[in-house]
Design a protein around this ligand. Structure first.
Ligand SMILES: NC(=O)C1=CN([C@@H]2O[C@H](COP(=O)(O)OP(=O)(O)OC[C@H]3O[C@@H](n4cnc5c(N)ncnc54)[C@H](O)[C@@H]3O)[C@@H](O)[C@H]2O)C=CC1
Ligand SMILES: CCCCC/C=C\C=C\C(=O)C/C=C\C/C=C\CCCC(=O)O
Length: 273
């Protein structure tokens, strides 16, 4: 673990940060003393307005970079632009994500939720790694409780979020931190009050029985954005490389790593070569 990590003087890049949880992480990091934040998003209008609002309080600390994280060339340009503007990136939060399990959109959703995140992670590792002249850093990949559960209403979203968690834990295996000085971790929020949980009937696989929809979504506890920001704060500060964190039902930060490691231990004998 990195002793006494603090946001002070850090340069941060957050994808999907024009609104929702990403915007809340951006504001919280600046409040905690981050030097610079790059708000990376496909939505230019919302992103530019948000950055202008941030810069009223945090003078010239925020920049907006337009990027569709499903497009490799845009990711490449975006990462180069941020490194040029900031000189160094210390924190990457791979937050951009959508729920869209429709026949016509599931490939795009998977590109955004998983492939884009992998691409940004690889670029950040190359840039940050201490064994190749970098300064180390922190990468937080946004998974979901959907990446820990089976939900037949949105199996593609679940699959992409489970992939995020597996990718993160596999990448983090020793000697990753010893070599690179980078902590890579995953955050699994439960349902949280943003645009993502609105109009769910238009985002999930065809539900023939609308009653099922009511049963599934009717009693879900939708937590506040602030609860998830608190978990992000805790893991940035204290989280070990490879750790997985839960933010659910407005409960305090909870580390899931030992539960997931138990699963790996249980099946290890069966799958080892
Ligand atoms: N809200 C929730 O209940 C939960 C959300 N999450 C995850 O948290 C992350 C953030 O979600 P929310 O803030 O809730 O969603 P949101 O829909 O409120 O915000 C998503 C942001 O990502 C941007 N975005 C969408 N497609 C993009 C693309 N191709 N390239 C770049 N930016 C793009 C949007 O413009 C928007 O600013 C996502 O990865 C989501 O899967 C995880 C668990 C629960
Ligand atoms: C179970 C329906 C939840 C509906 C909320 C809508 C969107 C959620 C987006 C997320 O990223 C994750 C939040 C929760 C859903 C995931 C799993 C819940 C399964 C719970 C269980 O198995 O008991």
């Amino acid at each position: 673990m990195t002793a006494q990590w603090e946001a002070k003087n850090k340069n941060c890049l957050i994808t999907g940060a024009a609104s929702g949880l990403g915007a809340a992480y951006a504001e919280a990091l600046l409040k905690e003393g981050a030097k610079k934040v790059a708000v990376v998003d496909i939505d230019e209008n919302t992103g530019q307005n948000f950055v202008a609002k941030l810069n009223e309080t945090y003078k010239n600390a925020a920049i907006f970079v337009k990027c569709d994280v499903s497009k490799e060339s845009e990711i490449e340009n975006c990462f180069k632009t941020v490194v040029k503007e900031f000189g160094r990136v210390d924190v990457l939060i791979n937050n951009a994500g959508i729920m869209s399990d429709l026949e016509t959109t599931w490939r795009l959703a998977t590109d955004i939720n998983y492939q884009g995140l992998v691409s940004f992670t690889l670029k950040a590792v190359k840039h940050m790694r201490k064994d190749e002249g970098g300064a180390g850093g922190v990468i937080v990949n946004i998974s979901s409780t959907a990446g820990l559960s089976k939900v037949n209403t949105f199996p593609i979203y679940c699959g992409s979020k489970a992939a995020v968690r597996y990718f993160t834990q596999s990448l983090a295996m020793p000697p990753f931190f010893e070599d690179t000085g980078i902590r890579v971790m995953a955050l699994c929020p439960g349902a949280t009050a943003t645009k993502l949980v609105e109009n769910l009937d238009k985002k999930v696989v065809d539900m023939k029985n609308s009653k099922m929809m009511e049963e599934l979504f009717g009693n879900v506890h939708i937590q506040s954005v602030e609860s998830t920001v608190a978990v992000m704060h805790k893991m940035l500060k204290d989280g070990n490389n490879g750790s997985i964190w839960l933010s659910n039902k407005d409960q305090p930060p909870y580390e899931l790593t030992s539960h997931i490691d138990k699963f790996f231990t249980d099946v290890e004998e069966l799958v080892s070569p």
